[in-house]
Design a protein around this ligand. Structure first.
Ligand code: CA
Length: 232
C-alpha cells in the first residue's frame, strides 16, 4: 500500500484544513500552497501524485497553471481536480478543456470529493489507499465500491461469499459472531438449506487466501468466529 503525495493549491484556509485532515487520516502526504507561485515552487521540489486546485487564487486563475502543466512533460500526467465557485456549465467545460481531470463546484461535499479522488487513484495509482468507502483492519483493506480486498500491495481474489464474510468480520472486528449470525447475514440462510459446516469451510478458504493475515480470524468456542482488532 503506497502513500500518495497530494498538492492542494487553495487560498481558503478552511478548505485547506479539511482536505489536509482527510488525506492525512488516510496516510497520504499533503502539501498546501496558497498561491499559484507557491504551487509551482512546491511542484518543482518534490514528487506529486495529484493536484487539487482552486480557480480563484490571489495571483491568478488556476486554469492558467492547469494549462501550463499540461504542456510540461514533467507534469503532464499528474491528475488535477479543479475546485471552483463558478459552477456554470461553460466554466466546467473550460476547466476540462484546459486539462483538468475533474471539476467540482464549491461548496462541495467532502464525501464527493474523496470519491472522485479515489476514482482517479484507481486509474493512476493502483496500489494507493483509498479515501472513501474503505474498511481497514489489521492491514487488510476493503475497497467497498470496487469490492476489492487488498493485503500489502496485492489484490486478493475472493468469491462473493468469502468477500461478504470478510466484510462482516471486519465491520464487527473484536466481536464474536456466531455461526447462526453469519448464516443469517452472509448466506441469508433459507430454512436450514445451508449448514453450519458451510461457515467453517468458507472461513477456512478465506483464511488460506489471506495468507499470514488469515490468522486474524480466530475460532471462538463454543460457537463462532471473530476478527482480531487491528494491532493484535
Ligand atoms: Ca479562492
Amino acid at each position: 500500500m503506497s502513500a500518495i503525495s497530494i498538492l492542494v493549491i487553495e487560498d481558503d484556509e478552511a478548505v485547506v484544513e479539511l482536505l489536509s485532515a482527510a488525506f492525512r487520516d488516510a496516510g497520504h502526504l499533503v502539501r498546501a500552497a496558497r498561491t499559484l507561485a507557491e504551487g509551482r515552487r512546491l511542484l518543482e521540489q518534490a514528487n506529486t501524485d495529484m493536484i487539487i486546485m482552486d480557480r480563484g487564487l490571489p495571483d491568478g486563475d488556476g486554469l492558467s497553471l492547469c494549462l501550463t502543466l499540461r504542456k510540461d512533460s514533467r507534469f503532464r500526467g499528474v491528475p488535477i481536480i479543479m475546485l471552483t465557485g463558478k459552477d456554470a456549465p461553460p466554466d466546467k467545460v473550460l476547466g476540462l478543456r484546459f486539462g483538468a481531470d475533474d471539476y467540482l463546484a464549491k461548496p462541495f461535499e467532502m464525501d464527493e470529493l474523496l470519491a472522485r479522488v479515489d476514482a482517479i487513484l484507481r486509474r493512476t495509482c493502483p496500489g494507493a489507499v483509498f479515501l472513501a468507502g474503505r474498511l481497514e483492519a489489521g492491514g487488510i483493506v476493503l475497497d467497498l465500491p470496487g469490492r476489492r480486498v487488498m493485503v500489502k500491495d496485492g489484490v486478493i481474489d475472493l468469491t462473493g461469499r468469502e468477500y461478504e464474510l470478510l466484510r462482516v468480520l471486519m465491520e464487527k472486528a473484536g466481536t464474536v459472531l456466531t455461526r447462526e449470525f453469519l448464516l443469517g447475514t452472509v448466506w441469508k440462510a433459507q430454512g436450514g438449506t445451508v449448514g453450519r459446516k458451510t461457515v467453517d469451510v468458507t472461513v477456512m478458504n478465506l483464511r488460506r487466501k489471506l495468507g499470514d493475515k488469515g490468522a486474524l480470524i480466530v475460532a471462538v468456542r463454543p460457537d463462532g468466529y471473530k476478527m482480531l482488532p487491528a494491532g493484535k
